[in-house]
Design a protein around this ligand. Structure first.
Ligand SMILES: [Zn+2]
Length: 79
Protein backbone atom coordinates (compact mmCIF):
# COMPACT_ATOMS: atom_id res chain seq x y z
CA UNK A 1 0.00 0.00 0.00
CA UNK A 2 2.72 2.44 0.99
CA UNK A 3 4.76 1.58 -2.11
CA UNK A 4 1.72 2.07 -4.36
CA UNK A 5 1.08 5.56 -2.99
CA UNK A 6 4.78 6.37 -3.11
CA UNK A 7 5.07 5.19 -6.73
CA UNK A 8 2.17 7.42 -7.79
CA UNK A 9 3.62 10.41 -5.97
CA UNK A 10 7.00 9.82 -7.55
CA UNK A 11 5.56 9.39 -11.02
CA UNK A 12 3.66 12.66 -10.84
CA UNK A 13 6.90 14.34 -9.74
CA UNK A 14 8.85 12.78 -12.61
CA UNK A 15 10.74 10.48 -10.27
CA UNK A 16 11.22 6.75 -10.13
CA UNK A 17 10.73 4.33 -7.23
CA UNK A 18 12.68 1.06 -7.08
CA UNK A 19 11.98 -1.32 -4.18
CA UNK A 20 15.23 -2.65 -2.71
CA UNK A 21 15.77 -5.53 -0.29
CA UNK A 22 17.40 -3.72 2.66
CA UNK A 23 19.03 -6.88 4.10
CA UNK A 24 22.63 -6.16 5.03
CA UNK A 25 22.66 -2.58 3.75
CA UNK A 26 23.27 -1.13 7.21
CA UNK A 27 26.27 -3.30 8.02
CA UNK A 28 27.94 -3.45 4.58
CA UNK A 29 30.75 -1.02 3.80
CA UNK A 30 29.81 1.31 0.94
CA UNK A 31 33.50 1.67 0.05
CA UNK A 32 34.85 -1.90 0.01
CA UNK A 33 31.77 -4.13 0.37
CA UNK A 34 32.92 -5.78 3.62
CA UNK A 35 29.82 -6.90 5.51
CA UNK A 36 29.99 -7.48 9.26
CA UNK A 37 27.93 -6.75 12.33
CA UNK A 38 31.11 -5.29 13.89
CA UNK A 39 31.09 -2.48 11.30
CA UNK A 40 28.35 -0.82 13.32
CA UNK A 41 30.24 0.80 16.16
CA UNK A 42 27.10 2.53 17.45
CA UNK A 43 23.49 2.89 16.30
CA UNK A 44 24.48 6.06 14.42
CA UNK A 45 28.06 5.29 13.47
CA UNK A 46 29.63 3.08 10.81
CA UNK A 47 33.31 2.09 10.83
CA UNK A 48 34.51 -0.64 8.47
CA UNK A 49 36.76 -3.18 10.18
CA UNK A 50 38.32 -4.09 6.81
CA UNK A 51 39.19 -0.77 5.12
CA UNK A 52 38.70 1.79 7.88
CA UNK A 53 35.96 3.73 6.06
CA UNK A 54 33.85 5.75 8.49
CA UNK A 55 30.54 7.52 7.88
CA UNK A 56 27.24 8.21 9.55
CA UNK A 57 25.46 4.82 9.50
CA UNK A 58 22.46 6.24 7.64
CA UNK A 59 24.66 7.75 4.92
CA UNK A 60 26.59 4.51 4.45
CA UNK A 61 23.35 2.51 4.21
CA UNK A 62 21.78 5.03 1.81
CA UNK A 63 24.70 4.63 -0.59
CA UNK A 64 24.29 0.83 -0.48
CA UNK A 65 20.54 1.12 -1.09
CA UNK A 66 21.03 3.54 -3.99
CA UNK A 67 23.61 1.21 -5.52
CA UNK A 68 21.25 -1.78 -5.16
CA UNK A 69 18.42 0.18 -6.79
CA UNK A 70 20.56 1.27 -9.70
CA UNK A 71 21.76 -2.32 -10.18
CA UNK A 72 18.15 -3.53 -10.26
CA UNK A 73 17.24 -0.88 -12.84
CA UNK A 74 20.24 -1.78 -14.98
CA UNK A 75 19.30 -5.48 -14.80
CA UNK A 76 15.71 -4.66 -15.77
CA UNK A 77 16.91 -2.60 -18.74
CA UNK A 78 19.22 -5.38 -19.89
CA UNK A 79 16.46 -8.00 -19.73
ZN1 LIG B 1 35.33 -1.09 3.99
Amino acid sequence: MFLTVLAHQAESAGREVIAVNPAGTSRTCARCGHSARENRVTQAGFACTACGHTAPADVNAAINILRAGLALRQAAEAA
